[in-house]
Ligand binder design. Structure first.
Ligand SMILES: Cc1cc2nc3c(=O)[nH]c(=O)nc-3n(C[C@H](O)[C@H](O)[C@H](O)COP(=O)(O)O)c2cc1C
Length: 670
């Protein structure tokens, strides 16, 4: 049986001459051009460094990054959150030192991020600790902050600088101030949120003062080689806020004088443009590189980092080769594959697990869970970079039923461990529901999930029986030691409609409908009415396909809005695209059984009053609803005495992240 990982090749700088080139500029001395962008991991506990936190960062350094910017730390005494490591006192200097050592030993510079959300909040509700330059509402949560007094600003400046010095003593190479993303420093810089008339507002210099003073204070309190980077607004997309012109002026003012070692421009704000900061799979690739190059011209002499939806080593190489940036910062792609650079440098690009820009990672941290990834079930484990499944003590015969992402993940991991694996798939093409989603508008990058799994599974010697619905006899004939059922789920028929309409095929489910329409290009007259009792992303991608093919699309949901179960950053994009495409939404309605399908009339019933509304000229009614696990094989196989474990949707309907995690976990337990 072949190994998943081919013979390691020599690290070859000529493969990516710009990406792998060292950078020497002032205080910056880096072994290559790859930087890990700051990302909140929620792996700290009780404001202290933890082992998973160190493992997470050490693996990114081991995987090739030349510089790692950490998540925001608590660096001033008003910052008290337990999921942020405290650096404003000596509580955990030993933890900070362990963290620094674990990263720096890989010839990788570790920079701590200084940040404060200010008035911002993207969870539900108001920010109870909101502070800001002026008592003006946050653009998303409408939290009205307490306007900071000048003395508090001075105290914070001193504390941020003192924490920087403490971090330096602990072994950190530097700090990055996050002054973008609509956070506190951004709020001070922007005329939209800063309406003060004291020395910290009033005009351009006043609005800049907090940040400029902080830069000077950090320089004064830390040693001459301590690094200081700035994450700055490039274009926040807020009317009256910071556009590219003002962004260039701010960058010039701050970088003048040589106190700043690099600048990283970032996009969007804590507003309806929040999603710009991590463009999802619906965006064109590397969407902000040209603007980055323009802003870079405003600050000659200061190295500039490009960030945002750069996923491929060739893309990164191209950006550098065209002299559009000096460094490449990757956020999500290094969550998905910490050894992204090492694999590229060794000519093993085919082994990279690529970020699919789904933003599930962002969804996990906003739900106060540790950072996790749809396409990397092992985030934060000790041996994560370039991980190879450990060999099993005993070779077992495993039957896997289901060729979706849960079954495929289990298959490649189990086979790489030395097990004899046969995978049955009903469809001739592997990937299950994820493959269908990948064929919908915006979904293309999702193919990386099952493509990686499929290649890895074939390399590891998995035997595929696909294109036929496996029966229990087929499985029993294999005489397996264990069966993993990964048979997915189906959409339930809406409770409010007569079951007969399902039996007669009058109201198809969304998956079957789009599968049938995928290859059509001609627009059809009439309205599609999509009943949405699902609220996950695939439903809205399907709605966009329907919009291309029908005159009108109306989404009906019993909730007060759509997209309630996708991360906020994803929902913002859905709302924006739907507004542009003219897709209509009718919240707080159920489909009524009084609809007259034969006349093309759908009736919608208000969930509170029962009042009926008519939608005319309906060509199709379809539905996306809670899923029902498909478990037909479980009972007969168990009755025949086999050990059967369910993974993915057939265990409990959820998303890709749960499916890949369970597939991996099941294979590791065998
Ligand atoms: C889960 C997650 C958490 C993030 N947290 C932070 C943060 O705390 N501070 C920050 O400056 N940027 C944060 N970012 C933004 C990233 O640093 C980066 O700018 C963004 O993800 C775009 O880069 P990418 O396309 O390579 O992911 C976060 C991004 C993600 C995905």
């Amino acid at each position: 049986m072949s190994e998943f990982r081919p013979e390691p090749q020599r690290f070859d700088p000529a493969r990516y001459p710009h990406l792998l080139a060292p950078l020497r500029a002032g205080r910056l001395s880096l072994r290559n051009r790859l930087v890990h962008a700051s990302m909140t991991t929620r792996m700290a506990r009780d404001a202290r460094v933890t082992t998973p936190l160190i493992d997470y960062y050490a693996n990114r350094a081991r995987g090739g990054a030349a510089m790692v910017v950490t998540e925001p730390l608590s660096t001033a005494s008003h910052q008290q959150l337990p999921h942020k490591v405290r650096a404003w006192n000596d509580d955990d200097v030993a933890g900070l030192a362990r963290w620094a050592e674990a990263v720096e030993r890989h010839d990788c510079r570790l920079l701590a991020q200084i940040q404060d959300p200010g008035r911002g909040r993207h969870e539900r509700g108001r920010n109870p600790a909101a502070i800001g330059p002026s008592a003006l509402p946050d653009d998303l949560s409408w939290s009205v902050p307490r306007a900071l007094e000048a003395a508090e600003i001075r105290r914070m400046t001193e504390e941020f600088a003192a924490s920087s010095h403490r971090l330096e003593l602990a072994g950190f190479s530097g700090v990055e101030i996050s002054a973008g993303h609509g956070h506190l420093f951004h709020q001070f810089l922007s005329p939209w949120s800063n309406r003060r008339d004291d020395e910290y507002g009033g005009d351009f210099d006043g609005r800049l003062r907090f940040l400029a003073d902080l830069v000077a204070a950090i320089r004064a309190s830390c040693g001459p080689s301590f690094l200081l980077g700035l994450k700055l607004p490039g274009d926040d997309g807020v009317p009256g806020g910071i556009g590219p012109e003002l962004a260039a002026k701010i960058a010039q003012a701050l970088c003048r004088g040589g106190n700043v070692d690099y600048a990283c421009f970032t996009w969007g704000s804590h507003a309806r443009t929040l999603d710009w900061h991590l463009p999802d799979m619906n965006w064109p690739r590397a969407p902000f590189v040209s603007l980055t190059a323009e802003l870079r011209r405003a600050i000659p002499g200061t190295p500039v980092m490009a960030v945002g939806l750069i996923t491929d080593p060739a893309e990164a190489e191209g950006i550098l080769a065209q002299d559009k940036a000096d460094l490449i910062a990757l956020g999500r792609p290094l969550v998905t594959d910490p050894a992204w650079l090492r694999k590229a440098a060794e000519g093993r690009e085919g082994e990279i697990r690529y970020c699919v820009s789904c933003n599930s990672c962002w969804g996990t941290i906003v739900e106060h869970r540790a950072l996790a990834c749809d396409n990397n079930p092992r985030v934060g484990t000790p041996d994560e970079a370039d991980w190879r499944p450990p060999r099993a003590a005993t070779r077992r015969r495993i039957a896997i039923v289901g060729g979706g992402v849960a079954g495929l993940e289990a298959a490649w991991v189990a086979a790489s461990r030395g097990h004899e694996v046969t995978l049955f798939g009903a469809s001739a093409e592997l990937g299950g529901k994820t493959r269908l989603h990948a064929r919908l508008p915006g979904g293309e990058s999702l193919s990386s999930v099952y493509d990686y799994q499929q290649v890895a599974a074939r390399r590891a010697g998995v035997r595929f029986e696909i294109g036929v619905q496996a029966t229990s006899a087929d499985v029993l004939a294999l005489e397996p030691d264990t069966v993993l059922l990964a048979t997915g789920s189906r959409l339930s028929f809406p409770e409010s409609l007569p079951a007969l309409w399902s039996e007669e095929g009058l109201v198809p489910d969304l998956r079957s409908l789009v599968a049938e329409l995928l290859d059509r290009t001609q627009r059809q007259p009439g309205t599609v009415l999509l009943y949405d009792h699902d609220h996950t992303e695939g439903t809205y991608a399907a709605a966009e396909l329907l919009e291309r093919l029908f005159e009108r699309v109306v989404i009906v949901t019993p909730r007060e809005r759509i997209a309630a179960d996708v991360p906020l950053v994803t929902a913002l994009g859905i709302h924006r695209r739907f507004a542009r495409l003219g897709i209509e939404v009718r919240p707080l309605h159920e489909l009524s059984a009084e609809s007259r399908l034969e006349d093309g009339v759908a009736l919608l019933s208000n969930v509170y009053t029962g009042q009926l509304t008519e939608v005319d000229d309906v060509a199709v009614i379809t539905y996306s609803t809670p899923r029902v696990p498909t478990l037909a094989l479980a009972a007969p196989l168990r009755a025949a005495g086999l050990e059967v474990r369910c993974i993915g949707d057939c265990r409990m309907p959820r998303g890709v992240m749960a499916a890949t995690a369970e597939g991996c976990e099941a294979a590791l337990s065998l």
